[in-house]
Design a protein around this ligand. Structure first.
Ligand code: ZN
Length: 382
């Protein structure tokens, strides 16, 4: 049992991040872990974060959907959590996967404002609509409540049932155009260099500086939300492109491409930050797709794909699924991705810009709560 729980916590770890390009909703962890009615269990449980993330996945019809978690520092020593859970949250804090604050205040709303993300909370935020006008928009604040197959979302504020993202606020766009440095040594949010490690590759792809969280504004001054210190401007933030992998009609995960770090995608690429597809492929697809099948690079804002496989791949121009339109990409061949283009590694396995790739089939996302961390799926036969 203990082993299973730690596997689930590892799976949840892959779904928390402070990367502005990948996070899909904001939560206050101190609130989420106490939603006892979700499972009728202990007063506080970190597994409830997994339940909420699963619900978000179902709602947006994508797998591997990460959330931006604000964590009150008191949580790191909260006696209602197990010692294992406290240790896990501390690890997330040390790795900058979550934002730990002495006084969270309305940081959750600030992050939602700067990044244009929905808030998952049961708080009604009365009287705050003047400061944050988007609170009244449908889908921007949803309350996870118990439902038949896990949590469902209802609106206490603003209406709607489906989480809706807005655009980054003007302040957010300005802050996220620069990279920032905290004077506090070893700052997990605005220090130099990113975390490394075998777990949570999703969050750690380009953790820094392209994946830096948004600073907090204190009297208009960009500051470290953790340390309160004024942040130094460390120059323009590297350009990024967000790509998405669709397998069998379902978006399985997104990843960030920067100009300094190409990303390898395949059955099981060796490189750090590589995107591993193996767990979603059936036997035929696993045989066809190379360990490292394609390489993506970002150059002067253009996404370039290079085939690194044994069997080759193809490009679907403008996303066209008509067979005559498919452009073969032979091993070692490169191509600039045009608008709407999809790279196809194997029938049903496609990669493109995240805003141009959507799920187009009914599905149940692989649960982060599942006993097995991953499930093999059957691809439609060509
Ligand atoms: Zn700091």
């Amino acid at each position: 049992m203990r082993f299973e729980i730690s596997k689930v916590l590892d799976a949840i770890e892959g779904r928390v991040c402070t990367d502005p390009s990948l996070a899909r909703a904001v939560v206050d962890l101190a609130e989420v872990i106490r939603w006892q009615d979700l499972d009728g269990g202990r007063p506080a449980s970190l597994l409830r974060l997994g339940m909420v993330i699963d619900a978000l996945s179902r709602q947006v019809e994508e797998d591997s959907v990460p959330v931006y978690a604000i964590v009150h520092r008191a949580l790191l020593s909260d006696a209602d959590l197990t010692s294992n859970e406290r240790m896990v949250v501390r690890r997330w804090a040390d790795d900058g996967l979550v934002e730990v604050l002495d006084q969270p205040g309305d940081r959750m709303l600030e992050v939602a404002d700067l990044l244009g993300l929905p808030v998952l909370s049961r708080v009604r935020f009365d009287g705050l609509g003047g400061r944050w006008p988007w609170l009244g928009q449908a889908g921007r604040v949803l309350a996870p409540v118990p439902g038949a197959g896990g949590p469902v979302f209802i609106a206490h504020v603003g209406g709607g049932q489906t989480p809706a993202s807005g655009s980054r606020s003007p302040a957010g766009a300005k802050l996220l155009a620069r990279q920032w440095r905290c004077p506090e040594p070893g700052c997990a949010l605005f220090g130099g260099g990113g975390g490394g490690g075998a777990f949570a590759d999703l969050a750690r792809v380009d953790r820094a500086p392209a994946g830096q969280p948004p600073p907090t504004l204190r009297n208009g001054v960009p500051s470290c939300p953790r340390h309160g210190a004024r942040l130094g401007d460390a120059g323009p933030r590297p350009r990024t492109a967000v790509l998405a992998v669709r397998i069998g009609g379902l978006v399985r995960r997104r990843f960030v491409l920067t100009e300094t770090q190409p990303v390898l995608v395949g059955r099981a690429p060796d490189a750090t930050g590589g995107v591993v597809l193996g767990q979603w492929l059936n036997d035929e697809a696993r045989r066809w797709i190379s360990r490292s099948h394609v390489r993506f690079e970002l150059r002067v804002g253009e996404v370039i794909v290079t085939d690194t496989s044994t069997n080759g791949s193809g490009v679907r121009p403008g996303g066209s699924m008509a067979e005559p339109d498919r452009i073969p990409l032979a091993p070692q061949q490169s191509r600039v991705l045009g608008d709407g283009d999809l790279v196809e590694l194997y029938p049903g396995v496609q990669i493109g810009r995240a805003d141009e790739v959507t799920s187009d089939a009914k599905f149940s996302p692989t649960s982060v709560m599942a006993e097995a961390p991953t499930m093999a799926m059957r691809l439609p036969r060509a």
